[in-house]
Ligand binder design. Structure first.
Ligand SMILES: [Zn+2]
Length: 127
């Protein structure tokens, strides 16, 4: 086995984009694992065929915020349509007619527009 050519510090500076053995950039990452201290991922270099594990530390989180009013989740598809019309909108602010047309054109849905909006709102994970 070759010896390591890049220090850990330099590897982090390079954002893990270079092989630690041959400095190549054809790297493949495999599944994530977990040790007591780190989340790890096996990395393989297709230039020299060596492998190693990257170590990841948790540094925080970002809150996912719902891009439309949460009250939309509590009403029926016809009430949704009325609520949008009351605001002078012909479509839902997030699940737009363009998105619906795309879903229908790809055969992801056979629903009419407002029923599709209702289904999307009740299947997304925003709370
Ligand atoms: Zn390599």
């Amino acid at each position: 086995m070759r010896s390591v050519q890049i220090s850990e510090e330099r590897y982090v500076e390079l954002k893990g984009q270079r092989c630690i053995y041959c400095n190549g950039d054809a790297l493949w990452g495999f599944g994530m694992g977990r040790s007591d201290t780190y989340v790890t991922q096996q990395i393989s270099c297709s230039g020299c065929m060596n492998t190693w594990h990257d170590q990841y530390k948790l540094c925080g989180y970002e809150v996912d915020t719902c891009p439309y009013p949460l009250t939309d989740k509590k009403i029926s598809s016809s009430e949704l349509e009325e609520a949008c019309q009351d605001k002078g909108q012909t479509e839902h602010s997030y699940y737009t007619i363009a998105k619906w047309r795309q879903a229908v054109s790809k055969d992801y849905s056979l629903l009419g527009y407002w029923d599709w909006v209702f289904t999307k709102i009740h299947s997304d994970s925003w709370q």
